[in-house]
Design a protein around this ligand. Sequence first.
Ligand code: ZN
Length: 178
Amino acid sequence: MKSPDKPREAPTFDSVAEFFAQALAIEVEASERYSELADQMEVHNNHTIADIFRKMASIEGLHRDEIRRRAGATLAGGRPASFSWLAPEGPEAIDFGELHYKMTPRQALMLARHNEERAVKYFEAIAAAANDPEIKAFALTMAEDERHHVVMVDQWLDKYDPDDPDWAEDLDPPVISE
Ligand code: ZN
């Protein structure tokens, strides 16, 4: 999927090992951030959203494990990669410790959405730049999965009136497939 507005942060890779290292960094970050968001939502006594984030943490954890499995020994040869979740409004990496008691469920969902979208664009860019057909195919699969996560978060955001301070208090349990 070639596009002229390819994100500037999109990397190209000299080797399969580098690709896997980057993909792994994206999924490790997502899994850890979702776990932290879940903890934060429990501070807010919002167990519904906490459960959603736990579910997302485990889905991203499965991605992480899948990448590790596929990468196998190549990971050891790759340079270390990093990926940090960013706040929707700025280019700074997020200090989660500072946000602990401040973040509302809606802000948490917006944060998740922003970074799911970044993951989509990142994997799409990887696929577009890849010469190796195996990398291209795998990156496209990952992009599709991440796109599905954006939809899942959107579905949650759509359920609530943004102006209602109690917007998340009285939900039926969510049904999340996958
Ligand atoms: Zn995701």
